[in-house]
Design a protein around this ligand. Structure first.
Ligand code: TIU
Length: 225
């Protein structure tokens, strides 16, 4: 077992039954001209997530761990996008509108895909999800079960939206989740901070939180062997 120095207590996991889950590191959220920017956000705030997450991803791959990527988005006819989501707020462009990186938050468009730095390998699972949580409307739960996964190392964006929703869904289904604090990010730094506190408070009500440095200290080839 690997033990990571985490908040509120050490997080222990077996690499063979643990997946690195990278949530929605899509151009639509991380780069100008996508969904995140249409909502009025400064998307440059998410850039700091990429370098530490690249290191964690490279380590997980080198150790042969299960890596799963998710993408939020909708089929081209938007039949999986509830009107309550489509019509919400006053964005500069709505979901499905043509933008500089293709139709906003639509599957198959350039903007919907994952940033180059974290591009999935051909053998890595990519879960397309219509909502904020990774379990809702997807095969994510079945895929975890099929692989015997019981613990999740969770990274990606945004901390208080899709990362939080996924961790809450996973926690209710019995998965143990470690959120990597520097490998998640938000358009609202104060939400990022408090969202991480919410996970670990009350004895770890939703899971555990640790910086990637703590994971990498514990996750060495010697420890995994
Ligand atoms: N707007 C925002 O903070 N996030 C999302 O809409 N989706 C995800 O977090 N992926």
């Amino acid at each position: 077992m690997i033990s990571v120095d985490a908040d509120p207590a050490p997080f222990t996991f077996a690499p063979a039954t643990t997946a690195l889950v990278i949530i929605d590191m899509q151009r639509d959220f991380c780069e100008p001209g996508g969904f995140g920017e249409t909502l009025g956000n400064d998307v440059s705030l998410l850039q700091s997530v990429i370098p530490p997450l690249q290191t964690v991803l490279a380590t997980a791959r080198a150790l042969g761990m299960t890596v799963i990527h998710t993408r939020e988005g909708h089929v081209p006819d938007l039949s999986d996008c509830p009107p309550a989501k489509l019509n919400r707020g006053n964005p500069s462009l709505r979901i499905g509108d043509p933008g500089p990186k293709g139709r906003i938050l639509v599957r198959g468009e350039f903007g919907h895909d994952i940033v180059d730095e974290l591009a999935p390998l051909p053998d890595e699972l990519v879960i397309d999800k219509p909502g904020k949580g990774s379990f809702h409307g997807t095969t994510f739960g079945a895929e975890l079960q099929a692989r015997g996964i019981t613990s999740l190392l969770v990274a990606g964006v945004t901390t208080e939206v899709c990362v939080h929703t996924t961790v809450r869904e996973a926690n209710d289904r019995g998965y143990e989740c470690l959120v990597l604090s520097d490998c998640t990010g938000s358009y609202f730094p104060q939400f990022h901070r408090v969202a991480l506190q919410m996970v670990a408070a009350q004895g770890g009500i939703f899971g555990w939180v640790a910086p990637s440095s703590a994971l990498l200290t514990a996750l060495t080839p010697e420890a995994v062997r």
